[in-house]
Design a protein around this ligand. Structure first.
Ligand SMILES: Cc1ncc(COP(=O)(O)O)c(C=O)c1O
Length: 503
């Protein structure tokens, strides 16, 4: 199989500063009707630059073409397959964009009177109920702006609960297969993370949890934070038993539900011992994401933690929706106004469009696609945990590297030549040279098959001609970058060619 042509016309694109010509402009402003002011009359000379900055002087067509061409250098979910593990880069139905741009949603301001915001408040109220039903929780806060922010919020509520009971406690247990944000959120909340190793099957064993509780003194453990499915893409089968252990010590169970496309419609965590869980609306519930936002990471809680929810909440009083600020035990606001409202409208639309049956089918397809990849590729790439996965599958480069010298990084770079975004690499850390593949539910069988064929071709190339992989990518605008230098000595300031010697 040959790498396919993946782009239209690819130019070697200069920087915008290197385009244009002196005096050229993209704007045509009317001639000044008044006398031009001299800045020296207005400002102290020390406040003025000696000469004006070298801004680009370009025509409109140069600007449009420059940025359009640059945008074509990017890979995107709209352009091709994007199996970035743990990120759920799935297709987001365009209907979501239509609804969130309706003027009644897009043009409102949160300071408008409650009476004018009834429609928006209804969406917030109903979305909260949908998420409660999906997760099995008593209430959900829609304020957090991302998954990690949901983690922070959830742990703040757990802390508030323990403080109310007289002891904030010190520790939070975190398995070694947790998402990286989990121990970070623990630390941000003033707790200490205690790592627990997963068992041989890649999941947590209740006996290890019990031992960890005894080691640090169970009464000093605030919670356990379990990513489920974990970062190996595996379901934590013993979660209910583990929850029983935690509850015996008065500790809470936090489940990282960012990857709910593996479970929705099948498991309501809140009904199986989980006390707090965040959802990633910008992944599971279909909002374009990547590049830093905006996102939404609602947190669901069981009845016991409801008093601590961020305020205000939206309540329904007879036929009206009202903001409720009077919540004395609340941890307070965690986000201005009511979170990223546009994302909430998209998620609401998605849930209504899919319905309960559709959400369940999304889970089925996410799990089916990942397992198809697992079974197709397990003869070639090393699978450390040989058991069915949920929404993603993690391979290792261990055997291939030993035989051919080809690493996970080489495979990832070669995939770019085939027009596929590389999977998540070298994470989770517990798998040597991890390749974490999440095809998602929205890919067709043909596309998943094409990806498997590409991975097989790359495997054959590794055996026959590893150098092609070591130097990949070849079929793109820029070849292999020195990522270590880029991270350690980034060049963050542009210097004009003529000034390079002076810099
Ligand atoms: C399992 C898991 N937890 C937490 C997060 C953090 O979410 P966010 O990037 O929205 O902060 C992610 C991100 O995808 C995740 O996969």
């Amino acid at each position: 199989m040959n790498p396919i042509e993946t782009r239209g016309i690819l130019y070697h694109e200069p920087l915008i500063f290197e385009l244009g010509a002196e005096g050229r402009s993209g704007a045509s402003l009317p001639k000044l009707e008044v006398e031009e002011a001299d800045p020296r009359d207005e400002f102290d000379s020390k406040q003025l630059r000696e000469k004006s900055p070298d801004l680009p002087e370009v025509s409109e067509v140069e600007v449009v073409r420059h940025y359009t061409r640059l945008s074509q250098w990017n890979h995107s979910i709209d352009a091709g397959f994007y199996p970035l593990g743990s990120c759920t880069m799935k297709h987001n139905p365009r209907i979501n964009e239509v609804t969130c741009r309706l003027p009644g949603f897009a043009d409102i301001h949160p300071y408008q009177d409650e009476s004018e915001l009834q429609g928006a408040m209804q969406i917030i109220w109903e979305l909260e109920r949908f998420l409660c039903e999906i997760g099995g929780f008593a209430r959900v806060s829609l304020q957090p702006a991302a998954g990690a922010h949901g983690e922070l919020t959830g742990l703040m509520m757990i802390r508030a609960h323990h403080v109310k009971n007289g002891n904030p406690r010190k520790w939070v247990l975190v398995p070694d297969s947790a998402h990286g944000t989990n121990p970070a959120s623990v630390t941000l909340n003033g707790y200490k993370p205690k790592q627990i190793a997963s068992g041989e099957e890649g999941i947590l064993r209740p006996e290890d949890v019990e031992r960890a509780m005894e080691e640090v003194g169970g009464d000093e453990v605030a919670a356990i934070m379990i990513t489920n499915p974990n970062t190996l893409g595996l379901f934590e089968t013993h979660i209910a038993e583990i929850a029983d252990i935690m509850h015996r010590y008065g500790a809470m169970v936090y489940m990282d539900g960012a990857n709910l496309n593996a479970l929705m419609g099948y498991l309501q965590p809140g009904k199986h011992g989980v006390d707090v869980m965040h959802y990633n609306l910008h992944k599971t519930f279909s909002t374009p994401h990547g590049g830093g936002g905006p996102g939404s990471g609602p947190v669901g809680v069981v009845e016991e933690l409801v008093p601590y929810l961020p305020r205000p909440t939206v309540e329904k009083e007879e036929e009206r929706f009202v903001w409720k600020f009077d919540r004395p035990l609340s941890i307070g606001r965690v986000r201005s106004f009511f979170g990223n409202f546009g994302v909430l409208v998209r998620a609401y639309t998605y849930i209504l469009e899919m319905g309960a049956k559709g959400l369940k089918e999304a889970t089925q397809l996410a799990v089916l696609n990942a397992n198809y990849v697992r079974v197709r590729l397990q003869g070639k790439y090393t699978l450390e945990y040989k058991r069915p996965c949920l929404h993603e599958v993690v391979f290792s480069d261990r055997e291939l590297k030993k035989e051919t010298g080809v690493t996970t990084m080489d495979i990832a770079k070669r995939l770019v030549d085939y027009g596929v975004h590389p999977p998540t690499v070298y994470f989770p850390l517990i798998v040597q040279g991890a390749l974490m593949i999440e095809p998602t539910e929205t890919e067709t069988p043909e596309e998943v098959e094409r990806f498997c064929n590409i991975m097989e071709s790359i495997f054959d190339e590794a055996k026959e001609n590893p150098d092609v992989l070591h130097s990949a990518p070849h079929n793109v605008g820029l070849s292999r970058l020195d990522e270590v230098q880029a991270a350690r000595r980034p060049k963050l300031r542009w210097v004009a060619k003529k000034d390079e010697k002076k810099a």
